[in-house]
Ligand binder design. Structure first.
Ligand code: NAP
Length: 392
C-alpha cells in the first residue's frame, strides 16, 4: 500500500493506493459511499493488480460533532499528503455564519482549476440538442468575488473603504452599501489558461473559448481575456490558432459571458473547452448541467500543481437529504474523473459506459424519472454495477 507521489511533475501511483474521501453534508453521506462502491468495482473489473484503500477524512457537520471543528487542520494536512481525494458537498449558510468550507479547501490547497466536464448520458431532457453537449468548463478557483474580501453595510470596514474611495478617487458609495472586492490576477488567470490548453492538447480538443464580462469589468474580466490570450500566443503557438479556424490547430477565441449562456443552448456542438473566472464558472456549470439532466449529473475535479480533489458540482440538497433518493451519478462521475487523473482510465471509461447504458435504459433516480418509476440511490448504484459487470 502506498500513496500518490509527484516526481518531476508527473504522478507516480502505486498499484495499491491510499485515496482520501470526505462524505460531506446532506446528500453527500448518501452519494459518496455509492460512488466508492462503483469505483472499487470498476477497478476490480479493469485491473488485476490495482486497488484503492479509502481513507476517511472528516469535514463539515460530521467533523464538528467528532472533532469540534468544521474543517480540522488534520483533514487538510492529510489531503495534501495523499494528494488525491473524493469529496462530498459541504453546507454553507447564506448571508451569515461560517464562510464556505469548499472555498477554504480550494484556497488552502491551492486547487486553482475547477475542471467540469459536461456530457450527455441519456437522461430524459426537454433539450433537443442534449446529445450534442460535450464540453469541459475550466473555472478559476481561488479569486474573483469568491475571495471573501467584503464588508457588511454600515460596518466599520465598509465605512473605511467608502472613506478611502471618496478621499483617494472622489468615488461616492452609498452609506447603506455592502462592499466586495473582485481581484483577478495575471498569475491566477495564466496558470488556469495553461492548464486548460495543456488539457486541450493532450485530449485532442478543438476549441478553447474564454468566457468573460470584459466589456463591463475591463480591468478584471477584460484583463482575464487579455492574459489568457497571451498564454495561448506565447506558450502554445505551435498548437493554436487565435480567432480563426485553421486545420490541425486548436481555435482559441472568447465570448462575453451573457452570450456564452445562449451559445451553449443554441449551438452546444460548437463549444469544447470553456475557460472562465470563478463566478461565471459557477453559474455556467449549473446551466450547462441542466442541458444534460441537471446538477445530479455534473462532476468536477479541483486541481492544483500537486493535489486533486474530485467532487460533484451539486450541493447538499437539503430538500431531499436523508430520503435516499439522490442521484449518485455526479459523485460516481467524479470518481471516474479521479481514476482518470491517476491514470487508471480503463476504470473511468467502464464507469461512463455503464452509466450511459443504465440511464439510457430508463433506470434512473427521481430527479430524472419525470414522475415515472424511480430507483433509490442504492438501487440505481446496483444497476450501474450490474451494467459494468456485463460490459467489463
Ligand atoms: P444543491 O444542493 O445543488 O441543490 C439544488 C437542488 O438540485 C436540490 O434542491 C435538488 O433539487 C437538486 N439536486 C442537487 N443534487 C442532486 C442530486 N444528486 N440528485 C437529485 N437532485 C439533486 O444547491 P443549493 O440548494 O443551492 O445548496 C445547498 C447547500 O449546498 C448550500 O449550503 C450550499 O452552499 C452548498 N453547496 C455546496 C457545494 C459544494 O460542497 N461543492 C456546491 C454547491 C452548494 P430538487 O429536489 O428540487 O430537484
Amino acid at each position: 500500500m502506498g500513496i500518490v507521489e509527484i516526481l518531476k511533475g508527473r504522478l507516480k501511483v502505486p498499484g495499491e493506493v491510499e485515496i482520501g474521501y470526505i462524505e460531506g453534508d446532506g446528500i453527500g453521506a448518501e452519494v459518496i459511499p455509492q460512488a466508492i462502491r462503483v469505483v472499487d468495482r470498476a477497478v476490480e473489473l479493469t485491473y488485476e493488480d490495482k486497488s484503492i484503500e479509502w481513507v476517511e477524512l472528516k469535514a463539515g457537520k460530521k467533523a464538528l460533532k467528532e472533532r469540534g471543528s468544521l474543517l480540522p487542520e488534520e483533514t487538510i494536512e492529510r489531503i495534501a499528503e495523499l494528494k488525491v481525494a473524493l469529496k462530498g458537498p459541504l453546507e454553507t449558510p447564506v448571508g451569515s455564519g461560517h464562510r464556505s468550507l469548499n472555498v477554504a479547501l480550494r484556497k488552502t490547497l491551492d486547487l486553482y482549476a475547477n475542471v467540469r466536464p459536461v456530457q450527455y448520458y441519456g437522461a430524459p431532457t426537454p433539450f433537443e440538442y442534449a446529445d450534442k453537449v460535450d464540453f469541459i468548463i475550466f473555472r478559476e478557483n481561488t479569486e474573483d468575488v469568491y475571495s471573501g474580501i467584503e464588508w457588511k453595510a454600515w460596518s466599520e470596514g465598509a465605512g473605511k473603504v467608502r472613506e478611502f474611495l471618496r478621499r483617494e478617487f472622489g468615488i461616492e458609495v452609498r452609506e447603506d452599501s455592502g462592499i466586495g472586492v473582485k481581484p483577478i490576477s495575471k498569475f491566477a488567470t495564466q496558470r488556469l489558461m495553461r492548464k486548460a490548453l495543456q488539457w486541450a492538447v493532450e485530449k485532442g480538443r478543438k476549441r478553447v473559448t474564454v468566457m468573460h464580462k470584459g466589456n463591463i469589468m475591463k480591468f478584471t474580466e477584460g484583463a482575464f481575456r487579455e492574459w489568457a490570450y497571451e498564454v495561448a500566443e506565447r506558450e502554445f503557438s505551435e498548437f493554436v490558432s487565435i480567432g480563426e479556424r485553421k486545420p490541425g490547430k486548436i481555435l482559441v477565441d472568447d465570448r462575453i459571458a451573457d452570450n456564452m449562456f445562449q451559445q451553449i443552448i443554441i449551438r452546444p456542438w460548437e463549444y469544447d473547452v470553456i475557460v472562465t473566472p470563478n463566478l461565471n464558472g459557477d453559474y455556467i456549470s449549473d446551466a450547462a448541467a441542466a442541458l444534460v439532466g441537471g446538477v445530479g449529473m455534473a462532476a468536477g475535479l479541483n486541481v492544483g500543481d500537486t493535489v486533486a480533489l474530485a467532487e460533484p458540482v451539486h450541493g447538499t440538497a437539503p430538500d431531499i437529504a436523508g430520503k435516499r433518493i439522490a442521484n449518485p451519478s455526479a459523485a460516481i462521475l467524479s470518481g471516474a474523473l479521479l481514476l482518470e487523473y491517476i491514470g487508471w482510465s480503463k476504470g473511468a471509461e467502464l464507469i461512463r459506459k455503464a452509466l450511459r447504458e443504465t440511464i439510457s435504459a430508463g433506470k434512473v433516480t427521481a430527479d430524472l424519472s419525470k414522475g415515472g418509476k424511480a430507483l433509490s440511490t442504492e438501487e440505481f448504484t446496483a444497476e450501474v454495477i450490474k451494467a459494468m459487470e456485463v460490459l467489463g
